[in-house]
Design a protein around this ligand. Structure first.
Ligand code: ADP
Ligand code: MG
Length: 256
């Protein structure tokens, strides 16, 4: 990926790309997202941390409309999120998502996992999709595994394939929801390294993780959530050394 290509992830760096305004979400009586105001700029890396149940996954899921919202607006690149149909499928292609569980298609090869979206959703020809998929698989360090099936790969390798699969759609933003939480410790670094590389190349990223090393290396901003609200946001340095809220102090005391 070359950095200055028009239309690449790094063009128009610094413009608002994902904007949430007064977003509210309830699950029955539970107020899962409380008046969320968040602007993520193009090229920015935002790390979201907070206790279990604080709304981090729900926040990610609203951004690609895996969850609806009750109130407020979310825009991607200036456009409100589409509600349904083809426009919604297109949105999902523009918002790459990597989950804790890798969610690869078990009965398709690694190569097919990565080419499926570009062929089906983007209408790309098979040869072109395969060429691009091989480049992406090389980039995340699993090019030699292209003809295997997911179960033949380690968790860390599968997660890197999941990242390549999302990148194949040329997303405007990548959401990562605890991408290393299900991995054995020795595999965490190989996934984080790919993410750091992506951040350095200018990808806009929203990353739910408790990996402080990643946050310190790659994040422009840390957002701390508790009870469905954004309680604090700051640079990683400030956040980790000098959190201002008692909730954040308490949380960091438990995980660090
Ligand atoms: P986190 O990712 O920070 O652990 P979540 O966003 O998964 O938190 O969940 C926030 C809150 O919303 C939790 O109390 C959770 O139980 C609840 N919740 C999440 N999804 C649903 C759902 N589909 N139905 C009902 N409650 C939900
Ligand atoms: Mg979660």
């Amino acid at each position: 990926m070359t950095a200055q290509e028009p239309g690449s992830a790094t063009a128009n760096r610094g413009e608002p790309l994902v904007v949430l305004s007064n977003v509210q979400k309830h699950f029955g009586q539970l107020h899962a997202l409380k008046d969320i105001e968040l602007t993520v700029k193009r090229g920015e890396v935002v790390v979201v941390i907070g206790p279990s149940g604080s709304g981090k996954s729900t926040l990610c899921r609203t951004i690609n409309r895996l969850e609806t919202t009750d109130e407020g607006t979310i825009t991607l690149d200036g456009q409100p999120l589409p509600q349904e149909g083809k426009a919604l499928a297109a949105l999902r292609a523009e918002v790459g998502m990597v989950f804790q569980s890798f969610n690869l298609f078990a009965h398709k090869t690694i190569l097919e996992n990565v080419t499926l979206g570009p062929i089906k959703v983007r209408g790309m020809g098979k040869a072109e999709a395969e060429k691009k998929a091989r480049e992406l698989l090389d980039r995340v360090g699993v090019g030699h595994q292209a003809d295997k099936y997911p179960a033949q790969l380690s968790g860390g390798q599968q997660q890197r394939v999941a990242i390549a699969r999302a990148l194949a759609m040329e997303p405007k933003v990548m959401l990562f929801d605890e991408p290393t939480s299900a991995l054995d410790p020795e595999m965490i670094k190989e996934v984080l390294d790919v993410m750091v590389d992506l951040a350095e190349q200018g990808m806009t990223m929203i990353v739910v993780t408790h990996e402080m090393g990643f946050a310190r290396t790659a994040a422009d901003r840390v957002i701390f959530m508790a009870d469905g609200a954004i309680v604090e946001e700051n640079t990683p340095e400030e956040f980790f050394t000098n959190p201002s809220s008692d909730r954040a102090k308490d949380f960091l005391g438990k995980i660090l």
